[in-house]
Ligand binder design. Structure first.
Ligand SMILES: Nc1nc2c(ncn2[C@@H]2O[C@H](COP(=O)(O)OP(=O)(O)O)[C@@H](O)[C@H]2O)c(=O)[nH]1
Ligand SMILES: [Mg+2]
Length: 295
């Protein structure tokens, strides 16, 4: 059998640093949801990169931030857990990012880990070279990373290079997943995430944070048509009204957008049925956190 490079990489960094977007750029498909709001990713998402000479498992994590409530605490724990078992840590920093408490926390955490560490400066398409360089230099002063690499996930700059350098830093091993797998989460989880992404995209304030989605049913209605039903959970009646929108306009938009993402991903037509359910204090109940992979 041909020898291949294998390993695990954790992608860490502050909320909004560009972690999920980088994972998608590496995998070449949307496997992790993205939004301009911080803390969209709630649990570890594993994307699997496959090539003839490698299989690398990338773990996208919730951003490390100062958690105040239970759900946020669990999210931060997931990010820490991810760092425990990997071969390489990518620390993502946005150019010009302020070195806050979270930044210090991550630096401190990675200092103690006996793994390779890459400093990945993100979003270089929208910053000038000077800012990118200064950011890299200033972070490097705090910690001597093994590799420093500036990238743009959106403009696909240096992504191939990042993968190459990653391979160089991994050992030979065996494939853990079939070669055509790109994620290690189930379809239902992924579908729920794609719907949740639209809620984060389209709704304001605290509603997205008080929401979770459970995909209840998937049925292949024909070779080219997939039926999906999913429930959107909120905490209060007033939030249900917001999700629905005037004469159902809001939920319709969420459904339309999510359907496009789903059709793109699965390559078939999708019929998507969405419901809204009110479940007060769902974040206190383990069964609801388990559905979301947080517990
Ligand atoms: N211009 C630019 N924006 C990016 C890039 N990568 C991510 N973003 C944006 O940064 C925001 C946060 O990205 P996301 O991947 O969700 O960050 P995460 O919280 O670290 O997972 C989103 O609005 C992305 O579109 C990039 O390479 N270039
Ligand atoms: Mg994310």
């Amino acid at each position: 059998m041909k020898k291949i490079k294998t390993g695990l990489v954790a992608i860490v960094g502050r909320p909004n640093a560009g972690k999920s977007t980088l994972l998608n750029a590496i995998i070449g498909e949307k496997v992790s949801i993205i939004s301009h709001k911080p803390n969209t990713t709630r649990t570890q998402i594993r994307g699997i990169y496959n090539s003839v000479d490698s299989q690398i498992i990338f773990i996208d994590t919730p951003g490390i931030h100062n958690a105040k409530d239970r759900i946020n605490n669990l999210m931060v724990e997931k990010a820490f857990e991810a760092m425990e078992m990997v071969d390489i840590i990518y620390f993502l920093v946005e150019p010009g990012e302020i070195k806050g408490l979270e930044y210090r926390k991550i630096i401190k955490l990675i200092e103690g880990k006996d793994v390779k560490k890459f400093l990945v400066v993100t979003k270089i398409d929208s910053f000038d070279k000077e800012t990118v360089y200064k950011t890299a230099q200033s972070v490097f002063e705090d910690y001597k990373f093994d590799i420093v690499i500036p990238v743009s996930s959106i403009k696909n700059i240096n992504i191939d290079k990042l993968i190459e350098v990653t391979k160089d830093n991994l050992d030979y091993g065996e494939r853990l997943y079939p070669e055509d797998d790109i994620v290690d989460v189930g379809e239902k989880f992924l579908i729920a995430e794609f719907i949740r992404e639209q809620i984060f995209e389209l709704l304001k304030d605290e509603v997205p944070y008080d929401t979770f989605v459970e995909c209840e049913l998937i049925e292949d209605r024909s070779e080219n048509l997939m039926y999906i039903s999913a429930a959107i959970y909120v905490k209060r009646d007033s939030q249900k009204a917001i999700i629905l929108g005037k004469r159902g306009s809001s939920i319709k938009k969420i459904g339309q957008n999510a359907r496009l993402t789903l059709e793109n991903f699965f390559g078939v037509k999708v019929y998507l049925d969405l419901f809204v359910k009110v479940k007060e204090n769902w974040e206190q109940k383990d069964e609801y956190l388990k559905i979301q992979g947080i517990l």
